[in-house]
Design a protein around this ligand. Structure first.
Ligand code: COA
Length: 155
């Protein structure tokens, strides 16, 4: 992800995106979702990320330390609901890591594809989740590859 600070500076991969996380129904409730989220946060911390952000259910993600992101200084790339736009601040966080976060263009474009395009590729969308149907967002390698602040429609 690209972090755009209020002073105009930009930084790739200071903030990482997580989720939506999904576990097939027959395997839910066995701790798999929790393991996936914790593993992702541990990896982000190891790689020196300052925060992880996501669009998801606040009641589920609160247990991992995710709180409303805007209140912590991280603004979404589009007018997403504050209640579902969440951030987990990591040990490397500093006040200088506040700003607008944007998805890398490849994942942003993919998330905006029509529902039937995803289905025809054998990818099932998460029906109850307001976020893009991706569980792994490509790391940003080029600051010019940030997504735009176009509005996405939430289901
Ligand atoms: C959410 C999800 C990933 C959890 O995976 P899981 O392997 O079942 O999770 P775990 O076994 O680690 O944890 C189960 C706990 O999560 C809770 N939980 C599951 N979905 C929840 C939700 N939407 N809101 C709040 N809590 C939720 C369960 O009640 C259970 O709570 P408990 O530990 O107090 O009993 C899985 O239920 C799923 O794929 N759901 C559909 C997609 C989705 O909603 N993704 C997340 C939002 S983007």
């Amino acid at each position: 992800m690209i972090l755009e600070r209020p002073d105009g500076t930009r930084d790739a991969d200071r903030v990482v995106a997580l989720g939506p996380v999904a576990v097939v129904p027959d395997w839910q409730g066995r701790g798999i979702g929790g393991m996936l989220v914790r593993a992702a946060l541990e990896q982000a911390e190891r790689e020196g990320a300052a925060a992880a952000v996501l669009l998801g259910h606040p009641t589920y993600y609160a247990r991992f330390g995710f709180l409303p992101a805007r209140a912590q200084g991280l603004l979404p790339p589009a007018p997403w609901p504050d209640a579902a736009w969440l951030a987990c601040l990591l040990p490397a966080w500093t006040p200088r890591d506040a700003g607008v976060v944007r998805y890398a263009r490849p994942s942003w474009r993919w998330s905006r594809r029509p529902r039937n395009a995803a289905s025809s590729e054998g990818i099932r969308r998460c029906g109850s989740c307001p976020g893009p149907p991706v569980s792994v967002v490509p790391r940003s390698t080029d600051l010019d590859e940030a997504g735009t602040d176009e509005t996405v429609s939430l289901r």
